[in-house]
Design a protein around this ligand. Structure first.
Ligand code: FAD
Length: 398
């Protein structure tokens, strides 16, 4: 049976980043990914990075292209009641965010791992984990037409919401918390210049809209939509018309449209599992928590988990003390719940939940208050640029 120190299930951002950070600490690891390399590289998802995530990617030595190609955003706009208000992130917090696609991060990490000779297996099917409550966990999987077995010290469950790791924990050992939202996001990507240099989050009585981008020539736009609406009901022309209506008029007038190169509908949910550790299994990223994309926290939380766990494991392998790994869940969850709260709050403020005009008036009143109060704006901006990382698990015992 093959052996490694850490078996990582899933080659999304959390799995790849953890693998790279552990490698730089001299910790042997194997990554098993169910999908093909092309499939993982082609998935279009998040795009807004907190400075803390940029820092950890630099620490992982995969920041060169990011620094060259990212768009640095010092602020974003809130659209409501026919007007647009700029939230000055830099002025309020001293920090900015970076726009750089998750697809690009995944590519950079995959290339770095392969260049370093990583044991990174795509198309690894039927992954099953065992012995997680013992000192010798195992992973069984099918690859290249053969069943393989791996023994390890730890398993990192980086396999997303639908993965196998969280489901391998006895139900009574973990508690989940969930909120399903009664709508989804219809997103399109188009090779047209963004309508604005910064993101616009728009509250409108017809529903929420978001103007985002991936580069100066590639736009990413979203509309709040019904969960049961088929994609075919949204030809490009209808999408552009509806987006224009939901933006402040002076913005909508300058919208440049074009053929979509990607179109999809994603449901929105908040989900947290506690604890994020069971025996020798750690959960990271979407395997442990999901937030609605309003607030752009999903990818950033995944990066924060990888940062925390690699520090904890490095401490364990250096000292033999389990103190750091024992505190992994507690330290991650404190920050996770704050991001869950912020994403829920921002979603509640900007989306249409019912036809009730009273609710919409309350949202407008809150937006009016927010944009008129430096204190309220600072609180929002602090959360948007990213709250400080928790105390590293090794800090106390150094
Ligand atoms: C459509 C969409 C849009 C999003 N937009 C945003 C956004 O704008 N901003 C934001 O911050 N976040 C966004 N997110 C969330 C963000 O993309 C995730 O939080 C992020 O991908 C989490 O990374 P991860 O590595 O934890 O999980 P994932 O990226 O889900 O990676 C998990 C990996 O595990 C693999 N896997 C699953 N099961 C198995 C198995 N049994 N065996 C082996 N491998 C397995 C999967 O194939 C996948 O590659 C979006 C998510 C989606 C789905």
């Amino acid at each position: 049976m093959a052996r490694t120190q850490v078996a990582i299930i899933g080659a999304g951002p959390s799995g790849l980043l953890l693998s790279q950070l552990l490698h730089l600490q001299g910790i042997d690891n194997v990554v098993l990914e169910r999908q093909s390399r092309e499939h993982v590289a082609g998935r279009i998802r998040a795009g807004v990075l907190e400075q803390g995530s940029v820092d950890v990617l630099l620490q992982a030595q995969v920041g060169e292209r990011l620094l060259n190609e990212r768009l640095v955003h010092d602020g974003f706009a809130l659209g409501f009641a026919g007007r647009s208000f700029r939230v000055d992130l830099k002025g309020l917090t001293g920090e900015a965010v970076s726009v750089y696609g998750q697809t690009e991060i995944t590519k950079d990490l995959t290339e770095a791992r392969i260049a370093a000779g990583a044991k990174l297996f795509f198309d690894a099917r039927d992954v099953a984990i065992g012995g997680i409550d013992t000192a010798h966990p195992t992973v069984r999987y099918a690859h290249g037409g053969r069943t393989q077995e791996l023994s390890c010290d730890f398993i990192a469950g980086c396999d997303g919401y639908h993965g196998v790791c969280r489901r391998s924990v006895p139900a009574q050992a973990m508690q989940s918390f969930e909120r399903i939202y009664p709508f989804g996001w219809l997103g399109i990507m188009a090779d047209v210049p963004p309508v604005s240099q910064e993101l616009i989050y728009s509250n409108h009585e017809r529903g929420f809209a978001l103007c985002s981008m991936r580069s100066a020539r590639r736009s990413r736009y979203y509309l709040q939509c019904g969960l049961d609406e088929p994609l075919e009901a949204w030809p490009d022309a209808r999408f552009w018309d509806e987006l224009r209506r939901r933006l402040p008029p002076q913005v909508g007038e300058t919208l440049i449209t074009g053929a979509s190169i990607e179109k999809s509908i994603a449901p929105l949910r908040s989900f947290v599992v506690e604890p994020m550790k069971f025996g020798r299994l750690f959960l990271l990223g979407d395997a442990a928590h999901i937030v609605p994309p309003t607030g752009a926290k999903g990818l950033n939380l995944a990066a924060a988990d990888a940062r925390m766990l690699h520090q904890a494991l490095a401490h364990y392998y250096r000292t033999g003390s389990t103190e750091s790994i024992d505190r992994y869940s507690e330290l991650c969850l404190r920050r996770v719940w704050k991001a869950v709260r912020f994403s829920w709050w921002f979603t509640t403020l900007t989306h249409k939940f019912s036809e009730d005009p009273f609710s919409h008036r309350l949202q407008l009143a809150e937006l009016d208050y927010l944009t008129g109060s430096r204190a309220a704006l600072t609180s929002m901006a602090e959360n948007y640029v990213g709250l400080p990382f928790g105390e590293p698990p090794l800090a106390r015992s150094r």
